[in-house]
Design a protein around this ligand. Structure first.
Ligand SMILES: *Cc1c(COP(=O)(O)O)cnc(C)c1O
Length: 389
């Protein structure tokens, strides 16, 4: 027996394709089309020039400077970049509805090697093999992968017919299972979001000993962050990432926000697997990004503007579009299958995402790129619709 029985039960996650055969316009992995703030490159160059010897030393295992920078960014932005505004001096502040109302302290932040790794440690830390955790039938497709990896039973609740989460049924099952809860808000791949008040009502009906994880990978592009609810609910864990709104998918940096007690638990899981998940350069670059939220707020606003005008184009062209609070659009055409759309668009040199999953196979998921990229996609879709007519 060369491999363990456990390995036979793995169902690895399949990410959006990253082909090397052709220079595709890449709108299939919800990456940010804009580069990181110039201050990020500057901070890396300065670091390597001023302290090259630090490249030979282990990094801070707990990324303390980075966690302070993340906390301070959240305090300044409220966790929803697209609604932030900057004054004439470039000082940024959240929209009134996004004000957190208390201070996020660095001991409430745990940072890891991409939010995928943070989620993995959170699954290990908070879910239990003897009690099913509750999630939705369609939400981030990595959750079932972790359930398999850690041998955790999963109770996935079907979505409502309008693709929203069936929060009543999720709460009903969570109150029965006592195994915790996880979903993305805004959700993926639908792009729909629940309001903070809707999630607050879910939390009020949840046993305070059951963990409640909200994955806010897309919250900077719309919807409402649950960060303000941390004051009220000690069982709430919020997972966020630098990959989407902070233009850093290549860097691998994610974090969670929770009570200091829960942060300590995840840290002890981390210290049982890999003491140093975040390399020294990513700690420097991540902190530099956090010092420059006005730049990223500008990127998020541009992405949201492109999203809204592209949704209008799709609707006018006969697509049904699920209204998005994210940097992607989930849409289907009444006459052209999702797979056919994906293939025809790929022929035109553009990658979008098609999920071969029963229930959503009619859809495509389009990541929002620059105005130039969206205009190429618009031309391609117009051509395809003409040919199909
Ligand atoms: C992209 C995404 C992640 C993963 O982000 P990384 O930080 O790049 O690992 C997590 N959750 C959701 C819902 C996502 O869409």
């Amino acid at each position: 027996m060369l491999v363990s029985n456990r390995v036979r039960n793995l169902h690895p996650y399949v990410p959006g394709e990253q082909p090397a055969d052709r220079d595709y316009v890449k709108l299939n992995a919800n990456e940010n089309p804009y580069p990181p703030s110039p201050e990020v490159a500057r901070s890396l160059a300065d670091f390597i020039t001023a302290s090259p010897e630090k490249m030979g030393l282990y990094p801070d295992p707990d990324s303390n400077a980075l966690c302070s920078a993340i906390a301070s960014m959240l305090n300044r932005t409220g966790g929803v970049l697209c609604r932030c505004s900057a004054d004439i001096n470039g000082v940024i502040s959240p929209a009134p509805q996004d004000k957190i109302g208390f201070e996020i302290t660095p001991d409430m932040i745990y940072a890891g090697n991409g939010s995928d790794e943070v989620l993995s440690f959170a699954f290990y830390a908070f879910f239990d093999p003897s009690r099913p955790f509750v999630t939705a039938r369609f939400t981030y497709s990595f959750y079932p992968v972790y359930a398999g990896f850690y041998d955790l039973p999963m109770d996935a609740v079907p979505l409502n017919s309008d693709w929203s989460l069936d929060t009543d049924e999720m709460i009903r099952r969570a109150s029965k299972n006592h195994g915790g809860m996880i979903f993305a808000n805004p959700n993926a791949p639908t792009g729909l979001s629940l309001s903070r008040e809707q999630i607050r009502r879910m939390l009020l009906q949840t046993d305070s000993n059951d963990i409640f994880i909200v994955d806010e990978a897309y919250a900077d592009f719309g919807g409402e962050s649950c960060i303000p609810l941390l004051a009220e609910f000690k069982n709430l864990v919020i997972v966020r990432t630098f990959s989407k709104s902070l233009c850093a998918a290549g860097q691998r940096l994610g974090y969670l926000v929770a009570s200091p007690e829960l942060v300590k638990v995840v840290t002890s899981v981390k210290n049982s697997v890999n003491h140093f998940p975040i390399d020294v350069l990513t700690q420097v670059a991540g902190a530099a990004a956090c010092r420059n939220p006005a730049y990223y707020a500008d990127c998020a606003k541009k992405v949201c503007a492109s999203r809204d005008s592209f949704q209008d184009f799709l609707t006018a062209s006969g697509f049904s579009v699920v209204p998005s609070s994210t940097n992607f659009i989930f849409a289907r055409h009444p006459k052209i299958s999702g797979e056919r759309l994906y293939k025809s668009v790929k022929n035109e040199g553009i990658l979008i995402r098609h999920f071969n999953t029963p229930g959503i196979e009619q859809f495509v998921r389009i990541s929002v790129g620059t105005p130039q990229q969206m205009s190429l996609l618009k031309d391609a879709l117009e051509k395809i619709l003409r040919e199909e007519a």
